[in-house]
Design a protein around this ligand. Structure first.
Ligand code: ZN
Length: 64
């Protein structure tokens, strides 16, 4: 059974392997990972440090 619904590997274009999706091989998976380290991917700097100290919320009382 040939690959019917196999998408092309984003790295080399080969049909993806089920166990390495969406890549065709662990090698291509590595290549994609390396792109991250190299900085090929544009990572937007988000300054979302709005934290709320709402830890002390209505604690559930044990009804006896
Ligand atoms: Zn590939």
């Amino acid at each position: 059974m040939p690959e019917a619904h196999a998408k092309p590997c984003p790295i080399c274009g080969k049909p993806e392997a089920e166990r390495f999706r969406p890549f065709c091989s662990p090698r291509c998976k590595d290549v994609d990972l390396n792109r991250w380290f190299k900085g090929t991917y544009a990572i937007p700097a988000t300054e979302s440090a709005d934290d709320s100290e709402e830890l002390e919320r209505g604690l559930a009382k044990d009804g006896g």
